[in-house]
Ligand binder design. Structure first.
Ligand code: IVH
Length: 671
């Protein structure tokens, strides 16, 4: 062999070795070489190719690092159009789909159909063309007929085989798949972007799309994008008969395919798959927005037919979206019960995660500035679990120039007194004694279900009582008479009677509810309960000093400071004294030790079939267990009901046992 022949053979050999290693590393997750060994091979190949450009192979792994910068993308027509899928957004909609498919296939309704179920990747769809086994073109979906050629960028993705790993490749084949950026890489990318003062991406999908639609392939090369393959467009290859077998074939050719996939027989099987995926969603390394359910046999897909570019035998069975876009119609300042001025975005109503959302908190000025949120902006709105909706980011491409910046005023919008910022706090607060907005919020909090639980005292009535000057402090509520109520708009004999009765019925609250009702900063239901158990009377709590408060487990300096501030305020002292003339708080029952659930910590999530939240909490606590609002490793059980959200995901992630209401009741009865 001449020297040049052996060099050329070495180039070929190195390319083979590196390709094989890439596949083992990125697709099979089973590397053989150390990073240093890999780098050595890679450098050797790059140097040899540099010296002999005439011998560079078209599928050389060095091509992944990104070539020349383009002026613009060229259009590329797909050989077979890229179709889309109809959606099912609930179990009922999936059942309807299954029944329709029975009709299209002319099957008896009781016969179970065979489906192939897999993940619905939330990324950018892509069409890859392989000729004689070599990747020759990659195009975005575009309008389904024609996309943009992004071959340079797609080549940089390590899980895209540059050559199919088979001895007898199709002469031509279009492979369809989805490009994603893993969640952790998305977080890291945004941190980088922030450091560089560049635009943040709203979600991993936008980040993936933004990386592929870059004219400079070096940018895509730097981003750890991943491809999952799920389908085939045009080909002359004789393909298998089922989609499950299709994907097995794609995997043998070197592609990553859905890690979760299952052949399901009938609706029940599909629903079980869907529920399981919903539970493990949070643990997956990349975003999915549901599952895709397809008739497994291609002959049946064809027989079911197509309607406006959707195959009737396939459906995207999606999770309720947790992010949507909407428009900020206004930004309004809300005055909280402790006087905090919070900017709230009023949105064009939009359904997020199955719930209508028309307001979202913007937290404070720092947040507004950081996200550069303006009135009139189109924004991404997110609702995660039970959390208050929030604005994630601005869709700046939608700006028209008519958007208006917003600055939180330095005075209370209701009582107009000057707002203050305490040292170490971000928020501005209205500190006026007689601010009506604060009073309104305090009273609303006082009467709410988990506090004094006064039925029939809605927002509007609270406002009327304050406007008429009937209520200036908590105690005043108990002096309101039927005659006074009858003077107010909207009251009649019966409604006035029942409100007076409801107020009278609330005069013997449990101490913990009364403490919670006072609306002390940082004192939520749980802290109120701890305080009531420790102090046994409101007067003792009012006299408590920091050292004593901090002896209570879970109470730290911030909370104890807030409690002391509250009770050393002379107005609050007067208010509490007056209140105790009207109400008679019930001492907490002795702590139950050795209850049937003694020592356990349980987190409740979702809607239970028969018990309300507070009933379940009471039951759990009466049996000696603690309830907590967040799932951690220390949680013993998560009690989950319908529409359980992120807490359930978290439980699955941490391996915490999940029980339903029935199981809880059994534990109490049987143990
Ligand atoms: S199959 C007929 N399988 O969802 C179209 N699509 O509207 C066949 N997608 O454009 C698509 N994961 O980009 C299929 N496992 C999966 C998918 C998937 C994500 C995307 C795809 C398509 C859209 C459906």
């Amino acid at each position: 062999m001449t020297n040049s022949q052996s060099l050329r053979a070495r180039i070929h050999e190195l390319a083979e070795l590196i390709r094989n290693h890439d596949h083992r590393y990125y697709v099979l997750d089973d590397p053989e070489l150390t990073d240093a060994e890999y780098d050595k091979l890679f450098r050797e190949l790059r140097d040899l190719e540099g010296a002999h450009p005439e011998w560079v192979e078209p599928d050389s792994p060095t091509h992944r690092v990104g070539g020349a910068v383009l002026d613009k993308f060229t259009k590329l027509k797909h050989r077979v159009p890229m179709l889309s899928l109809a959606n099912a957004l609930s179990e009922e909609e999936f059942i309807d789909f299954d029944q329709r498919v029975h009709k299209f296939l002319d099957r008896q309704p009781n016969l179970e159909l065979e489906y192939f179920a897999e993940l619905k990747f939330d990324g950018l769809s892509i069409n890859l063309t392989y000729e004689e086994g070599l990747l020759t073109h990659a195009a975005t979906r575009g309008d389904g007929e024609t996309g943009e050629e992004v071959t340079q960028n797609v080549r940089t993705i390590k899980t895209v085989p540059l050559r199919l790993t088979t001895k007898s490749p199709p002469r031509i084949i279009e492979i369809r798949g989805e490009i994603l950026l893993p969640k952790k890489d998305f977080v890291a990318l945004n941190q980088e972007q922030e450091k560089k003062g560049e635009k943040l991406f709203a979600n991993p999908r936008n980040a993936a799309a933004g990386s592929i639609r870059q004219l400079d392939p070096k940018i895509a090369a730097e981003r750890p994008l991943v491809l999952f393959a799920y389908g085939v467009g045009m080909t002359d290859y004789s393909m298998p008969e089922t989609l499950a077998a299709y994907e097995d074939l794609l995997a043998t050719w070197g592609f990553l395919v859905s890690p979760e996939r299952k052949i399901c027989r009938g609706v029940e099987d599909v629903l079980t798959f869907y529920q399981r995926i919903k539970k493990i969603r949070a643990q997956l390394e990349f975003e999915i927005d549901g599952t895709v359910i397809k008739l497994n046999r291609l002959a049946e897909v064809d027989q079911a037919g197509y309607i406006s570019r959707n195959p009737r035998g396939m459906i995207a069975f999606k999770f309720p979206a947790s992010q949507e876009t909407s428009v900020i119609e206004d930004i309004v300042i809300q005055v909280g019960r402790t006087g905090t001025l919070t900017p709230v975005a009023h949105l064009r109503p939009v359904r997020v995660g199955g719930v209508m959302v028309s307001r979202a908190t913007l937290h404070n000025q720092d947040e507004i500035d950081r996200k550069d949120v303006r009135i009139g902006d189109t924004v991404v709105v997110q609702r995660a679990g039970d959390v208050i909706p929030e604005v994630v980011s601005v869709v700046t491409e939608k700006r028209t120039g008519n958007e208006r910046r917003f600055v939180i005023p330095d005075h209370c919008p209701i009582c107009h007194s000057k707002a203050e910022r305490k040292e170490g706090e971000v928020a501005l607060r209205c500190v006026a004694r007689n601010c009506v907005a604060k009073l309104r919020e305090r009273i609303r909090h006082f009467v709410m279900k988990d506090a004094m639980n006064i039925d029939g005292l809605g927002e509007k009535i609270v406002e009327q009582l304050i406007d008429e000057g009937l209520v200036k402090t908590f105690a005043d509520l108990f002096d309101v008479t039927k005659e006074q109520l009858l003077e107010l708009e909207g009251f009649a004999e019966k409604s006035a009677d029942s409100l007076v009765q409801a107020i009278a019925a609330s005069i013997n609250p449990e101490l913990e509810r009364l403490i919670f009702a006072l609306g002390i900063r940082h004192v939520g239901e749980r802290t109120a309960k701890l305080l009531s158990q420790h102090f046994q009377t409101l007067n003792d709590l009012a006299k408590a000093r920091a050292e004593e408060l901090e002896l209570i487990q879970e109470i730290g300096p911030e909370v104890s400071k807030a409690i002391i501030e509250f009770f050393t305020d002379s107005e609050h002292q007067l208010e509490t004294k007056k209140l105790l003339d009207h109400v008679n708080p019930q001492k907490p029952k002795a702590k139950i030790s050795g209850g049937k659930l003694s020592g356990l910590t349980i987190v409740i999530t979702g809607t239970l079939p028969t018990l309300s939240r507070s009933e379940a909490t009471k039951l759990i606590e009466e049996n000696g267990a603690k309830t907590s609002s967040s799932v951690s490793k220390k949680t013993n059980y998560v009690l989950a009901g319908a529409e359980a959200g992120s807490k359930l995901d978290k439980a699955v992630e941490l391996g915490v046992a999940v029980i339903n209401e029935q199981q809880l009741l059994e534990m109490i009865e049987n143990s």
